[in-house]
Ligand binder design. Sequence first.
Ligand code: KG4
Ligand code: ZN
Length: 358
Amino acid sequence: MTEQAHTLILGIETSCDETAAAIVARDRDGNGTILSNIVRSQIDEHKAFGGVVPELAARSHIVHLDGIITAAMTEAGVDFAGLDAIAATAGPGLIGGVLVGLTTAKGLSAASGKPLIAVNHLEAHALTARLTDKVSFPYLMLLVSGGHSQFVLVKGVGDYQRWGTTIDDALGEAFDKVAKLMDLGYPGGPLVEQWALEGDPKRFKFPRPLLKEDRLDFSFSGLKTAVRLAAESIAPLSDTDIADICAGFQAAVTDVVTTRAKAALMRFASEMPGVPPQLVVAGGVAANKAIGNGLRQAAGETGATLIVPPPALCTDNGVMVAWAGAERLALGVADDLSVAARARWPLDDKDMAIGGAG
Ligand code: KG4
Ligand code: ZN
């Protein structure tokens, strides 16, 4: 069968607290076009709890997903007959939400006769830079979000090697917990970054977990405890105290991420001599300017190219799921309607999930 000139894919994302759908076109040469991208954030529904409540998230996806899909189809001017496939995140993530998106996709696939593609959420993050920046394989991805912190070597579609992951909290989660313990609000990452601008990063000497170890894994839970103990020891906190704690915490994680990224890029260069090293960043924490500067420095020092897709495509969205579906469809890969939702689903089958979703 010869490949179609264009494929049109619907992508559905419901694995955390964004209900999202998008239509993406992919041509035979691998060029992608975003025809629509609808994202509904549930932040306001979870704010009072200081984090995502899985049950509330799943219910909210049920309420809103149909409308979001309709909006994505309408904006793109596409009907189901015009689609080539329906892609949905099948994991990893909060299982209730994943089930809502995947079951909806199965229903649409059965009703329309269009193939179903069950997408790994991490793969969707990993492949986004090929849509936005036409990045060629192989490249290194650093995914830093509320649920994940990992280095993944992306060798091809479906061909991944995890080089490092968190052994406890994800980086975004650590930002959120630090914000929560000082009542700064939710989500905490952008607020901690804002407070850190006014603070003295040297006042508190927070630990750099695992930094002396020769591995690419992360650990943030001890750092979070150190932040809590520091805050408790000087409570009640003045604005200066809060700013200094935020600055100290951000300096510590920036140090860790920068050092790790440099080590990962050096490993890339030594394992693949002659291949230009590329580092793609994904996940909400990629928006942090201090961490971004650290990564730029790591790339500069190792002669690597740093690729950061636009923030709206770094965080959870339907475009990345549609695009991963398009890349899979181009290789002739589709799934059976019996495919299961998976709370845990490492990209690299050899890797055990460590801690959270890894
Ligand atoms: O990728 P994302 O939107 O959602 C998932 O986790 O799937 O990432 C959200 C996470 C939250 O933990 C949030 O606090 C963090 O990314 N984040 C940031 C910043 N913006 C968002 N962390 C640090 N600095 C930021 N500017
Ligand atoms: Zn994500």
